[in-house]
Design a protein around this ligand. Structure first.
Ligand code: ADP
Ligand code: MG
Length: 461
């Protein structure tokens, strides 16, 4: 469903209104420096694409203003779901022109129901996310090799390829790398890349417009189907059912499927068992957390790419040492340092970098690991750390273990299965039970609640 804003003059008028709002919210300087350089590059259905004149500009604008721009657009047209910012018009790459939906309208149109081929299904690919720009190191070499193999093979070498790992570690980059590479090497192949959310959204639309035939046809006509962030397909039964059938048919026909998720197939709690086992039956490749060497390598590659300001090795080493969470934050930190130096017109140096990033660095210093929690809690209750992973159920070790699980959930961003694994490979339901139990006890026993609170505070400081 395309709202008012999609029609030509409506679009221009909306854009003008959004720009005026941005100008008044962020002020003249920010507007002239950054926002005024954006243009509408594409609008199709639920996604709006803006173009920025340079990569630097894009990397600056997207994290700072992206959400606000999207929110303002949604006031103009609530059907807009994503706003992407791409680099330069010439670089705006869309599979739209070549995607099956545009190539095969007749074939689909003579099916019953309304063709859903009225707008782009495939997400825009980011020109930056190619294999050439992907830095390979120990933590990601296996996933990278698997992705390469898929993009070079004539027939699906393993099906599906399932890539998983934490946020910001390069899963989307690898998938888009596959898409770009296929496009270059095997342009005859129809490649479809989209998020699991978009897949669900499509499906719900097809249901609403009674066009399941068109939906099936569309997804089953592709040679390579890539679905990103499959964990978001959780719990939507009908979509999962349809995904399952699409999946099986594509695999039966020997078409390649590539899936990404934030955890391994067996840990996708929201998925039906048969789907989980299907997802895990090809090749499962994990993208591990970054190592210092990989982070430094990535920073060096990015710093080389950013024209103009030279980033001293000391600063790169400092960043690689300090920003350990994921590559996205690492890139963000580098961008901030570069942008700051550019704006104030001074060369990049270690002390100014530290200053620019002080809030980020503080947040990092505060991040607690499950190991620290286990250690602190064991000390507090005077038990051995090994009891955190032991099978003993005696109250004197079981209770502290539950406290540690509870704190792990509260103080880290780990999922329940991840936490369970760190506690002697326990099931996520055990962790869930522990959290409930500690909540109950805290309510009924004030001195127990105090213990937990004290532990939390010492861990957080
Ligand atoms: P995920 O999909 O796993 O959350 P992304 O693929 O979106 O992560 O990666 C986050 C950012 O980090 C992207 O800008 C990506 O280009 C960059 N990135 C991740 N891994 C690498 C790598 N090995 N080399 C270069 N850039 C990387
Ligand atoms: Mg991703």
């Amino acid at each position: 469903m395309v709202g008012e804003a999609a029609s030509g003059s409506g679009l221009a008028a909306s854009w003008t209104r959004v720009r005026n709002r941005l100008r008044s919210e962020y002020g003249e300087v920010a507007f002239e420096n950054w926002l005024n350089r954006l243009d509408v590059a594409d609008f199709s259905g639920d996604s709006l694409v803006l173009s920025a004149p340079s990569r630097f500009m894009r990397d600056w604008v997207a994290p700072r203003y992206g959400d606000r721009i999207r929110a303002l657009w949604r006031l103009e047209d609530p059907s807009v779901r994503t706003v992407d910012i791409v680099v330069g018009e010439g670089n705006t790459v869309s599979f739209k022109q070549e995607s099956p939906l545009e190539r095969a309208p007749e074939r689909v149109a003579d099916r019953p129901g309304r063709p859903i081929h009225d707008e782009a299904v495939t997400a825009l690919l980011d020109p930056k996310l190619t294999f050439d720009n992907f830095v390979v190191g120990k933590p990601n070499e296996f996933a990278h090799a698997a992705a390469r193999r898929v993009s070079e093979a004539e027939n699906a070498p393993f099906n599906p390829l399932f890539i998983y790992g934490g946020v910001g570690l390069g899963k989307t980059h690898l998938m888009q790398g596959i898409a770009w590479s296929l496009r270059k090497r095997q342009p005859h192949k129809q490649v479809m890349y989209l998020s699991a959310e978009k897949f669900m959204y499509r499906f719900v639309r097809a249901l609403r417009f009674k066009n399941i035939m068109g939906f099936k046809e569309l997804f089953r006509s592709v040679d390579v189907l890539m679905i990103d962030d499959v964990q978001f397909m959780d719990g939507k039964d009908a979509t999962q059912e349809e995904f399952f059938h699409t999946f099986n048919e594509l695999v039966d026909q020997g078409h390649q499927i590539v899936i990404s998720g934030d955890r391994s197939p067996s840990d996708l709690e929201g998925m039906e068992e048969r789907m989980r086992s299907r997802l895990g039956c090809g090749l499962v490749a994990e993208v591990h957390s970054t190592s210092y060497e990989l982070r430094l390598g990535i920073l060096q590659a990015k710093a080389e790419g950013s024209a103009g300001s030279k980033v001293p090795d000391k600063v790169l080493e400092f960043l690689a040492h300090k920003i350990t969470s994921n590559v996205r934050e690492l890139e963000g930190a580098l961008n901030r340092v570069v942008a700051h130096a550019t704006l104030v017109g001074r060369p990049i140096a270690l002390d100014s970098a530290q200053e620019v990033l002080h809030d980020l660095l503080r947040a990092h210093d505060r991040r607690v690991t499950i190991e620290e929690i286990q250690k602190r809690v064991s000390d507090y209750y005077n038990i051995r750390v090994a009891e955190m992973s032991s099978a003993r159920r005696a109250q004197m070790v079981a209770r502290p273990r539950q406290v540690a699980m509870y704190l792990a959930k509260q103080l880290t961003s780990r999922s329940l299965p991840e936490i369970g694994r760190k506690f002697g490979n326990r099931d996520h339901t055990t962790v869930m039970h522990a959290i409930k139990r500690i909540d109950q006890l805290s309510q009924s026993d004030p001195s127990f609640a105090e213990d937990v609170e004290l532990l939390r505070r010492t861990l957080e400081s």
